[in-house]
Design a protein around this ligand. Structure first.
Ligand SMILES: Nc1ncnc2c1ncn2[C@@H]1O[C@H](COP(=O)(O)OP(=O)(O)OP(=O)(O)O)[C@@H](O)[C@H]1O
Length: 593
């Protein structure tokens, strides 16, 4: 429950909706209660006037009396109708304030969570699955909205109605009020118990459903593998098992539902029987009128729905509390990638690694050991190494996706940590190993949020990445849609588009993480030569496991198990006759073969 305190700031922000909503709830309930008294007056009028009416049997006055009597009844009827109409109008206003407030809170909360997600470091996204992140920003926020919306609305309504109805009941008869209220706690508790059962089973169904959807999503994403390994039958059997589980869980919920509603109706019926029995005795004793009993029955029935809603409301609050706990868990995570000095200045591009060591926090794997390297401004350095030697880790550190666990990195002789994180990253062009393109046009993928980027710059970047000829061949050119809604580019085209995106931003430091692996050696040479031209006076770090990508660099650094084992130019390393030369010859033989 404590977790829900977090929402108070939003409730405070939209307090006027809440205050007005409460006022409208009081008014709408008043218009709901007054008709019960009108019914009492009308009924008592009928009972009393009928006796007098029959006394005047045959007299001319009887017709006159009938007219007055019929007019009064009609008036009561019209008044009741008017009250119902007014109640409806105010109920509409209640929803227009409290439910609207809940939608505003949902919107604000979603925005805050999304914004917060974006501040969190890469390690956070490694620890949590995308499904989990999505569930917290969608399903959990929806649960929380049910609390600040419908649950709050029914809660306020319940308090107001209880207070009003019980004071009206007490003003008529204390004894009858006590009898009437007797079954209500039982009703409330049983609704709560059954609701908790429903909630538990619904959650299980929800979990099973998300398992089922994940299975189906994965099966269709990997449909090519399933088909080529002729695993359709096996895949269907697995699906059937999951679906069977889902069916059984849904049936168990239906059982509870089917039992629940008749029990509620029975308990309400019991309250009504009590009113008629005890009230009937009171009428015989002359303490109450038939109008009073009718009024009471109306009151009891008025209380039933809110009492039923009490169980629902409490379980919604519980559900919201557990959802908010999950949301708070992420909101309380703070990024460790902060800057103390927030320096914002144009970079020149000199990079110094000083005894840098790095251990991945989640796996404990030490990816870099005592790494020392100085890259001059404008120099191009190739980092070469076997798989798992720590090359991508270097790229992550250069983009400040992680901070070194030992030593430090200096950029233009200033610790990287002192730069404002965003201002620093804006000057880095990063081409990741796993290319990621958005389901958008080619132009927007290159532009990527920089709305004021001139089209000529995009075109030049595309030409430098050797993608121009491919794009002009597409019927829609730069407006060609990619991803789910559009075409699928080949692996090499994707890599080149990703390079165009990085160079279009005119970065001071370019980090290419093995991003030429899917292009042929010829294209690789064209791109690297273009890169040499554009990156003149800028620094580039070219990470690769291919010698062909490395040999054009000013300097080559060979990495093994997170340590530098050789460095120098292509000619120097060839002369050294060690790891580089061995790799070069191996790859040359493979290429010739
Ligand atoms: N996010 C991560 N969390 C935990 N361990 C990681 C993570 N990324 C990499 N590692 C581990 O760190 C080591 C270095 O990985 P890295 O990706 O830097 O190698 P690499 O040289 O780029 O390899 P490749 O050429 O195959 O991409 C590996 O042992 C890897 O398993």
């Amino acid at each position: 429950m404590k977790a829900l305190k977090y929402l108070n700031q939003y409730l405070w922000k939209y307090k006027w909706y809440l205050i007005l909503g409460t006022i409208f709830t009081i008014i709408s309930n008043l218009f709901g209660i007054i008709p019960a008294q009108l019914v009492r007056y009308a009924l008592d009028l009928v009972v009393e006037t009928l006796d007098i009416y029959y006394l005047f049997n045959g007299a001319a006055l009887q017709t006159e009396m009938y007219d007055i009597f019929a007019f009064s009844i009609l008036l009561y009827g019209l008044l009741i109708l008017a009250m119902a109409l007014l109640k409806g109008i105010f109920l509409f206003l209640v929803r227009q304030t409290i439910i609207v407030m809940s939608r505003h809170i949902e919107f604000a909360l979603k925005n805050d969570i999304y914004q917060h997600y974006q501040t969190l470091p890469a390690s956070f996204f490694r620890r949590h699955s995308t499904g989990d992140l999505m569930a917290r920003i969608s399903e959990d926020v929806s649960n929380v909205r049910m609390y600040v919306g419908p649950a709050l609305m029914y809660g306020i309504n319940l308090i107001v109605l209880f207070f009003l109805v019980i004071s009206y009941m007490l003003s008529v008869s204390t004894k009858l009020t006590l009898y009437v209220l007797l079954p209500l706690p039982v009703l409330s508790i049983s609704v709560y118990i059954v609701n908790s059962m429903i909630m538990k089973r619904s959650q299980e169904i929800q979990k099973q459903l998300s398992g089922l959807s994940t299975y189906v999503q994965e099966a269709f994403s990997g449909i090519r593998v399933i088909k080529s390994f002729v695993q359709e039958k096996h895949s269907f059997n697995n699906f059937q098992k999951e679906a069977e589980n889902f069916k059984n869980k849904s049936l168990s919920l239906t059982k509870v539902d089917a039992f629940f509603y008749p029990v509620i109706v029975l308990l309400i019926g019991l309250s009504n029987i009590l009113v008629i029995f005890v009230g009937g005795q009171e009428i015989i004793n002359g303490n109450l009128t038939p109008g009073n009993i009718t009024e009471f029955i109306l009151y009891v029935n008025m209380l039933t729905w809110p009492v039923m809603a009490l169980g629902w409301t409490t379980s919604q609050i519980q559900r919201a509390a557990s959802s908010q706990t999950r949301i708070n868990e992420f909101l309380n995570e703070k990024t460790t990638l902060v800057s103390t000095k927030n320096i914002e200045k144009p970079l020149e591009g000199a990079i110094t690694f000083k005894h840098v060591g790095f251990t991945y926090p989640d796996s404990g794997i030490k990816a870099l050991h005592d790494f020392d390297l100085h890259v001059k401004q404008g120099e191009s350095v190739a980092i070469l190494g076997t798989t798992g030697s720590g090359k991508s880790t270097l790229a992550h550190l250069l983009c400040r996706l992680y901070d070194p666990t030992e030593g430090e990195i200096l950029i233009d002789n200033i610790p990287m940590k002192d730069y404002d994180v965003h201002a620093y990253r804006r000057q880095i062009g990063y081409v990741p190993q796993d290319v990621f393109l958005f389901s958008d046009s080619i132009e927007n993928n290159v532009r990527f949020g920089t709305t004021d980027m001139p089209f000529e710059r995009i075109e030049q970047a595309v030409k430098d990445a050797d993608l121009y000829n491919n794009i002009v061949d597409f019927p829609q050119g730069y407006q060609t849609l990619l991803g789910e809604r559009g075409i699928t580019l080949s692996g090499g085209q994707k890599q080149r588009l990703s390079i165009a995106r990085a160079i279009a931003r005119d970065p001071k430091i370019l980090v290419l993480d093995d991003c030429l692996s899917a292009v042929d050696t010829n294209t690789e040479n064209i791109i690297l030569n273009n890169m040499k031209r554009i990156m003149d006076q800028r620094t580039s770090v070219i990470i690769s496991h291919r010698v062909s990508s490395a040999k054009l660099a000013d300097r080559i650094v060979v990495l093994d198990e997170g340590k530098i084992i050789e460095q120098g130019t292509h000619t120097e390393l060839m002369a050294l006759n060690k790891a580089y030369k061995e790799l070069y010859e191996k790859q040359l033989v493979a290429e010739e073969a």
